[in-house]
Design a protein around this ligand. Structure first.
Ligand SMILES: N[C@@H](CCC(=O)N[C@@H](CS)C(=O)NCC(=O)O)C(=O)O
Length: 244
């Protein structure tokens, strides 16, 4: 593969030693920020980061599109590889990090069936959660015009997806409540939780989902609080990743 850097690539990206995250603290940025901070806590993993300005569309410039033609953050650069290796799509980034940087499966699973559970919930959120809640955030908060039909459609579906997580965590059909999305018994904190938490914990961003409505999901609310307490999570959502 030819070198992925463009003449306009910022030097802090091109010259970074080792792992370098190109991000900003949106829900998708937070997923990987949290994972890297968790790896730092668990293994002392070293990495640096560059913040992208979404309002000025830095992520649509050629240097960025050369790393990720999708023009969206985050992107992980692995400058240890020769030539440097870019990774796009949050869940793919997390699985890349899991393979090379989580030798003890602290945030993944050795057992094949537990690993499958982890992938199921990681993919569930990536495919069925974030695109919907992302549309609710757009129509509910960011769009220049109010479109009630779209807001209602995406709000209803976001609440339905939260309900799926509530069924799973509450043990409604298994009789066994869970602490985390994947793993036997009560489960174990894993990339499935890291991938889902930044979105679900930010349910109020759109201004369309109230605290009263969230009371329908008591196990999900406890899961939000349980994960929020982790030092790696607090570091991953800290001001050092914000540029506004
Ligand atoms: N499917 C992508 C989604 C990434 C994404 O939507 N990123 C948003 C921030 S949360 C972004 O870059 N938005 C700016 C834009 O769309 O130009 C992933 O999981 O990595």
């Amino acid at each position: 593969m030819s070198n992925c850097y463009h003449p306009d690539t910022p030097s802090e990206v091109r010259d970074a030693k080792g792992l370098h995250l190109i991000t900003t603290s949106t829900p998708n940025g937070k997923k990987v920020q949290i994972m890297l901070e968790e790896l730092r806590v668990a293994y002392g993993t070293e990495f640096t980061h560059t913040l992208i300005s979404i309002p000025t569309n830095e992520q649509k410039k050629d240097w960025f599109l050369k790393l990720n033609p999708n023009g969206r953050i985050p992107v992980l650069m692995d400058n240890i590889k020769s030539p440097p290796f870019p990774v796009m799509e949050t869940s793919a980034i997390m699985l890349y990090l899991l393979k090379d940087y989580d030798s003890k499966d602290t945030f993944g699973f050795k057992d094949d069936l537990e690993r499958s559970q982890c992938l199921q919930w990681l993919f569930f959120w990536h495919g069925s959660g974030q695109p919907i809640e992302g549309q609710l955030n757009w129509f509910g908060k960011l769009a220049p015009e109010k479109d009630e039909f779209a807001i209602n459609r995406f709000k209803k579906e976001t609440l339905r997806v939260f309900g799926v997580l509530e069924i799973h965590l509450s043990g409604k059909f298994t009789g066994e409540p869970r602490d985390y999305l994947a793993g036997n018994g009560k489960g174990k904190y894993s990339v499935a939780d890291m991938g889902t938490w930044p979105w679900v914990s930010g349910y109020d961003f759109s201004g369309q989902i109230s605290e009263a409505e969230m009371k329908d999901f008591p196990h999900l609310l406890k899961w939000i609080d349980r994960i929020a307490e982790r030092p790696g999570v607090q570091k991953g959502i800290s001001k050092s990743y914000q540029n506004w």
